[in-house]
Design a protein around this ligand. Structure first.
Ligand SMILES: NC(=O)C1=CN([C@@H]2O[C@H](COP(=O)(O)OP(=O)(O)OC[C@H]3O[C@@H](n4cnc5c(N)ncnc54)[C@H](OP(=O)(O)O)[C@@H]3O)[C@@H](O)[C@H]2O)C=CC1
Ligand SMILES: O=C(O)C1=N[C@H](C(=O)O)C[C@H](O)C1
Length: 264
């Protein structure tokens, strides 16, 4: 029996890839393709829009459906609205949207007491593995007498609205928890002076159609480590979201990460 999936943000760059990959896999069935009321593609067939042929699923606004699980790749306010819908109808939710503010973060955490939620800034298995490797590197380098300067560079397509990426912020959190840096700065200009040891620097590049890359630099005196992961297209995220949907379907209420999903 195929798992019934509702995709929220279905006409977006990511939503279209989730629709495309799910429709090519007999384990999944797209039963709802959700978009904002004002989206110009409202009513169009989600499969035709995603370039995989007619699915008989028109883009629609959030409403009752027989979906087993909802996958969200949208914008923060809309993700929060679909979360409220999932609470009302007791549906598991995979949240891939990034750029939430603190009250929205809190609402997601609170909601996970009532329904199962996978929430991750990157659904990519490779990115999540690199987070583990980064944690290992950060713990190993923490006490190096010469000190270690951590800089995080992320590069994304020109259309991305939030900066730095949710993934870059998560890398920074992992490093800070392992090494103890208390200052997080975003870019540098002017005359900031000698680099403080207690700082993580973030640099958000926006360029062309880049689907996402992250580099974590551990700079020491005499040598440098760079950990890098780069997507060549968006299917790593879409496939990861489908794996998460598959995993969460029979889980009790709770807040889950991709580490839980992937057993990392
Ligand atoms: N966790 C992960 O692995 C990944 C996360 N992301 C994140 O996912 C999000 C989406 O990325 P991407 O697909 O590139 O962005 P897009 O802008 O291409 O897609 C977002 C879609 O959500 C739609 N939307 C806006 N408002 C609503 C609403 N009220 N109800 C339903 N749909 C709505 C947008 O419609 P409209 O155009 O009309 O605004 C758009 O079609 C971003 O936050 C991004 O950072 C992206 C890739 C991977
Ligand atoms: O907007 C994107 O494209 C991406 N956003 C996510 C993020 O903000 O971390 C994940 C991925 O890097 C692609």
């Amino acid at each position: 029996m195929a798992m019934k999936i509702a995709v929220h943000g279905a006409a977006g760059r990511m939503g279209q890839r989730v629709v495309a990959l799910a429709s090519a896999d007999s384990r999944y069935q797209i039963v709802a393709a959700l978009e904002s009321a004002t989206h110009p593609a409202q009513g169009q067939d989600a499969g035709l829009l995603a370039g995989v042929g007619k699915l008989g699923i028109p883009l629609a606004v959030v409403g009752e459906s027989d979906a087993d699980v909802v996958i969200d790749f949208s914008v923060p306010d809309a993700a929060i609205a679909v979360l409220t819908h999932c609470l009302e109808f007791n549906k598991p939710l995979v949240i891939a949207t990034t750029g939430f503010d603190v009250p929205q973060d809190d609402y997601i955490r609170e909601s996970a007491r009532k329904i199962p939620i996978v929430w991750a800034p990157s659904m990519s298995p490779a990115v999540n593995l690199l987070m583990k490797l980064t944690e290992t590197a950060a713990k190993s380098l923490r006490d190096l007498p010469t000190g270690v300067d951590v800089e995080i560079i992320e590069r994304h397509h020109r259309f991305k609205e939030d900066a730095p990426s949710g993934t870059a912020l998560r890398f920074g959190k992992i490093v800070a928890e392992a090494m103890g840096q208390e200052s997080h700065i975003h870019g540098r200009h002017g005359r900031p002076g000698e680099r403080p040891r207690n700082e993580i620097g973030y640099h958000a590049l926006r360029s062309g159609d880049n689907p996402g890359e992250h580099t974590i630099i551990f700079g020491m005196l005499g040598e440098t480590i760079e950990l890098k992961v780069a997507a060549s297209n968006r299917d790593c995220y879409a496939q990861g979201a489908l794996i998460a949907a598959d995993w969460i379907i029979d889980k009790p209420p709770g807040l889950y990460s991709m580490n839980d999903v992937l057993g990392l």
